[in-house]
Design a protein around this ligand. Sequence first.
Ligand code: HEC
Ligand code: HEC
Ligand code: HEC
Length: 107
Amino acid sequence: MFFLPTGKKAAAYYGDLVLNNKSEKADMPPVIFPHWVHRAEFKCKVCHPAIFEMRSGANDINMGKIAEGKFCGRCHNDTIAWGPIRCARCHSGKPGMKTGLVHGFSR
Ligand code: HEC
Ligand code: HEC
Ligand code: HEC
């Protein structure tokens, strides 16, 4: 498999992203963010840069902020989408997954 110069970005549009700056250190499985599912429902600018900086791992996210309605909690609040009590729906990664695009795993 080879990548065009734009390959990384194109993959990020469609691929699942791992967020694991803090989760595993706190004994939670890594978070998998399905970019495509969200991208299909919302324009990029709904999230970038208003909610998330457009770079893997660049956002300082924790559950306190999500509960306050920031980051994922802007929508995962039981109003726009299901709420933060559904831990395993977001923390669905496997131990050892690194922040960034999911490589070599299928869901
Ligand atoms: C809507 C998605 C979502 C749901 C639901 C969710 N989390 Fe998280 N959680 C995140 C994200 C994103 C991070 C930051 C990921 C990282 O950097 O590792 C995070 C980080 C964490 C962290 C580490 C940071 C901190 O706040 O201490 C813990 C612990 C955690 N989650 C526990 C939970 C528990 C327990 C639940 C269920 C009660 C839960 N999460 C539900 C998205 C979610
Ligand atoms: C529902 C919110 C949401 C929407 C809509 C969305 N993104 Fe993202 N995007 C994210 C999140 C969350 C991350 C990961 C941020 C992190 O790791 O801290 C991300 C990361 C990225 C990255 C960085 C990937 C990397 O490897 O560093 C790029 C590029 C990106 N998005 C582009 C887009 C584009 C282009 C669109 C529209 C086609 C889009 N995003 C729509 C939430 C969204
Ligand atoms: C702009 C609003 C918005 C933001 C921000 C957002 N989501 Fe979502 N998310 C949604 C909506 C809407 C759905 C579809 C809900 C449904 O099917 O009931 C969804 C669905 C999901 C799903 C299920 C996907 C599937 O396969 O059905 C996961 C997992 C998820 N979000 C994780 C996250 C995480 C993690 C974050 C933060 C990094 C996040 N979301 C931020 C709106 C958002």
